[in-house]
Design a protein around this ligand. Structure first.
Ligand SMILES: Nc1ncnc2c1ncn2[C@@H]1O[C@H](COP(=O)(O)OP(=O)(O)O)[C@@H](O)[C@H]1O
Ligand SMILES: [Mg+2]
Length: 285
């Protein structure tokens, strides 16, 4: 077997008295789509934060592209080709749609042109002021690339290229965040509940888009609450509850695993109200 792109071993994170992630293990190969499911509070986002460098583990290791990256900064991980989105969408509200996506390409350019920090910045300023033909050609190419990425979202974002992100609908801000992550041309794309807060039509649209990315060979690690979407898109699924893995395998096997059914139904009973997840599980064949 080829070496996995992402390899996580024994990852742990404690917050005071609670252990949010209790020794997580996972391997993700190039081109695969692996989903992490589990009830609220299971530790999914914390696991993402530990992998993407937004939080540091208390134990365990993360390897990415064959390099040990445990505890690295998000910037270093981005430079290595890891891009993620957040459960509570993050975009630059005062920048336009176009500039938000351009920001994503910028991290990639810095990677392509490493240099001493101060001299590099001066050189960039000089090039921006003088704008020699090479720079102008590059700008043109980048603008085209931004538009290509935005076309993935149909007519949701393209007509709004020059609008500030704060003027977008919630669903469009979440789409924009994914567009910005794609501008990095990531080796690994991590999506934390990309359809949270979206209605059925928007969710179906997002499922198509993620499916298209997968068909292009994009490696994806997905946290998702909507089980139908998970079942349709994933090569493999890991189910977590209370910080630990309770099941792993094919979508069908995980969906029908008694521990998974119990975790979702148990949470329903504790909550007193039937969650959409529990309904989805019960409705499944
Ligand atoms: N920064 C933090 N400080 C304290 N507790 C946290 C923090 N982040 C997460 N937790 C706790 O860790 C557990 C897992 O949270 P989280 O990873 O957000 O779960 P999920 O994404 O599966 O809903 C929860 O009990 C949550 O309250
Ligand atoms: Mg979460």
């Amino acid at each position: 077997m080829t070496q996995p792109l992402l390899s996580v071993r024994g990852l742990q994170r404690r917050f005071g008295g609670i252990t949010a992630v209790k020794g997580a293990n996972l391997d993700l190969c190039e081109g695969e789509l692996l989903s992490v499911i589990g009830p609220n509070g299971a530790g999914k986002t914390t696991l993402f934060n530990l992998i993407s460098g937004h939080d540091r583990p208390d134990g365990g290791t993360v390897r990415f592209g064959g390099v040990e990256v445990t505890g690295s900064t998000p910037e270093r991980l981005a430079a290595l080709g890891l891009a993620r989105t957040f459960q509570h969408g993050r975009v630059f509200a005062n920048l336009t749609v176009r500039d938000n996506v351009l920001m994503g390409t910028h991290s990639r350019m810095k990677l392509a042109r490493p240099g001493p920090p101060l001299l590099g910045a001066l050189r960039e300023l000089f090039l921006a002021l003088i704008r020699p033909p090479g720079v102008r050609a590059e700008e043109q190419a980048l603008r085209r690339e931004v538009e290509d990425i935005l076309h993935l979202f149909g007519d949701r974002l393209i007509p709004r290229l020059d609008r500030p992100a704060y003027s977008l609908s919630y669903a469009n801000r979440r789409r924009l965040e994914i567009a910005r992550a794609l501008a990095l041309r990531p080796r690994l794309l991590m999506l934390d509940e990309p359809t949270a807060g979206m209605n059925e039509t928007e969710t179906a649209e997002m499922r198509t888009i993620i499916g298209q990315l997968k068909a292009r060979g994009q490696t994806i690690l997905l946290i998702e609450h909507k089980l139908d979407l998970v079942m349709q898109l994933s090569d493999r699924v890991i189910a977590m509850d209370d910080g630990a893995e309770i099941a792993a395998g094919t979508p069908a096997a995980v969906r029908h695993d008694p521990a998974v059914v119990e975790a979702y139904l148990g949470h329903r009973h504790m909550g007193g109200e039937q969650t959409p997840d529990a309904v989805a599980l019960e409705a499944s064949p």
